[in-house]
Design a protein around this ligand. Sequence first.
Ligand code: BGC
Length: 894
Amino acid sequence: MMEFSKNIFWEDKEMLEIEDVKVNYLVNPVGISGDIQIGWVLGSDKKNVVQTAYQVQIGKDLNFDHPVFDSGETSGDESAHVTVQGIDWESAVKYDVRVKACDNYGGESQWSTPSFFVSGLQTADEWTAEFVSAETPDDKDNSKGTYVRKTFDIKGKVKSAYVLSTALGLYHMFINGKRVSTDEFAPGWTSYNKRLLYQTYNVTECLKEGPNAVGAMLGAGWYKGVMGFKLFRNHYGIQTAFACQIMIRYEDGKSEVIASDGSWKGNDSPVLFSEIYDGEIYDAGKEIDGWDTAAFDDDSWREVNIVPVSRNILVAQNGCPVTEMTAIPAKRIFTTKQGDTVIDFGQNLTGWIHFKVKGKTGDKAELKCFEVLDSDGNVYLDNLRSAKETVVYICKDDREAEYHPYFSFQGFQYAVIASWPGTPELTDFTAWAVHSDMEETGTFVCSNPDLNQLQHNIKWGMKGNFLDIPTDCPQRDERLGWTGDSEIFCRTASYIMNTYTFYSKWLKDLEADQTPEGGVAHVVPDILTGKVDDWLLKDGTHSAAAWGDAAVINPWTLYLTYGDKAVIVNQYESMKAWIGFMQNHAVDGIWNYQLQFGDWVALDAEEGSYFGATPNDLTCTAYYAYSTGLFAKMAEVIENWEDAKKYGELYKEIVKGYQDHFFDKDGELTAQTQTAHIISLYFNLVPAEYREKTVQGLLGLLDKENGHLVTGFVGTPYFCHALSQNGHVKEAYDLLLKDDFPSWLYQVKKGATTIWEHWDGLKPDGTMWSPDMNSFNHYAYGAIGEWLYRVSAGIEIDEKNPGYKHSIIYPRIGGNLAFVDASFNSMYGPVAVKWSCIKSEVTLNVTVPHNTTADIILDQAVQVTDADGLIFSALENNMTAKAGSGKYSIRFIK
Ligand code: BGC
């Protein structure tokens, strides 16, 4: 084992430690393909710790004496994204990873406790499994569940076995009577005809010498079921099918692949009906005992059909499975005035209800899920549109059974008990939030309980709409990957949870569904193109400003948050194509195209309209400029100097065109809307000499509404930024803290537990916005979350040194808050800020992760009373210091 040279040898101190080793952002991932990226966190009791060198080794069977990869001693401070390339990985093999590092004190860590990853398939040719279906084309119009199964022999002692599995439709896989994973809604929703994910599971312990059985339950899901507001079905195919291959290595060195093929058998399952929108019907009387065990006689089962699928579309999942995440016990069961028996879970959520039921053969338990009660306290179903959200369980005998849907999810806080054998008890019902499994990275609490509830609602809006793809809403007959919603919320989401693998996957579908000209579908995966003639979408199903810009803004946000250039490289052509699309359709630098959503659902819309008052030309051209500017920066990051120059120049031209077109000769914006001012300011599109005028214009428009926002999807996320970045922190806090209609806290005061689609979803007079589009779990307006982290807590990214390698800690004291306590778990460890303020005395506790630095800026400081070893100097109206890693407790007077 090598020794590190002690290049900067200051003093021998306690141990430097390697913590939290991740591979491709995940802890011990199973089934990954593509480049391998290793990251870790440094642990040390010291301050100002900088890594000076590292060594990464990857070996098999914990054999690091002959590693498969050895970086050797590599000097430098890279600890988040060490990329391993050029290795011929074997498929479905466990590789062990260990890391050691040296720091600037001459400290040398021990090797980290080994982590691992399991490789996915390395070449498409290795995929030999066929897609087996218990359905025929005649089943195209039904949404029943099926089983497929097969027995096979294991002829020796198994050293390792991994199963690679996927489906057309949704599946649960079983080996020898047990489910092989807790993943739900696998294989996830992708642009199936172009990209189909497969999962990889370790099944070494599931197999035994002798006969074994493998099987799967299948459901229609997004693949074959009804999706989209026109309620079309069979978007990708007409038959569900399952494919798996178990890759076995025996102790004696031999290996074998057991793959699904035409010798499998199929049958109907007890799932009589299952649809994403409408719910599920399960007849326990149709259960087939032991169907997934080797002893089962499947002679009476039917032959399976083989569904042809190109192996070239198969892609390893690379993380982020959907699973049950949070349990919420039922809070109360009550009877409405209209006589319905209703369960209330006290939280609007996405997932399902686990219930226990005891009846007689044929008895039915039927629950209909919904979001809100009407103003009389009765069941309100209208905003679900056609979605039935109904779950039916038919008892097979008089024993207590437990059930939740297999292939359907519901958006709900309440459920009507439409049928129940006996008397339902509170303890019979537990709701489970089901969503993509992402590490929670952000925490935010402050002294204002309403703001804390808002944070809660933002987080639950996220939990409710990150079910494999970023959706608009989880309850009505929509639940689609609207690009605009995703773009707007991306930065907030990336504070709350680690979104890297989630968005990376979705961005590949966005790219896959781009038009040949680079246009970006309104929803990804795109199931609308060619299918709708709806009033809204008759003019087009792709390329709207703020929506299509997800192609650029989401990768940029991931780059900022994680400092990972790979996302730029991976999405480069997609981003460039989108800019090209806008350029092709711009006339004299002003971009507009077919259907635009504009400042969607803004309150300055005409009565009853969804389209806000800000003109489309302006919104489109503002986003055209913004995305082009970001793209030019990203080209620079990956050192594509030619593009950086070309798009940098294009950006300047667009900005000039915008200024010439949308500002009059007196420097007034031609569109007198809040949103026009907000995006002009936030996107930096205002001529310098008119900036103050524009800021005053915005304040005037705010005043006109008595301090309220009337902005929609486009203006809302940046409203507080446009104020706080231009010297109006107080006004930003005032806006944030408004609690009468319309405002963020109005919803809170109305008892919201998630974020609403409309400011006036529920109006002050108790009436509701029209049921044709009124979701109470729509995360878009939750985009205010990023202002709370970035400005109120002051945990800000330095664009020049992203991923929190260098942070800018600049909390803005205000809003009458006595304290704010927030943290973000970065690639280097937690960045944390806690400030508290009594009159003019401020205490600020800051944690800067090791191997990173920060500028700490003390808001309005006139005197630092305790600098905790830092050296502060004056900076405009503040004081600032450069800090290395460590924990600081600073006091100052403002
Ligand atoms: C969705 C929105 C989406 C919009 C497009 C709606 O139906 O729920 O959130 O972005 O359509 O304007």
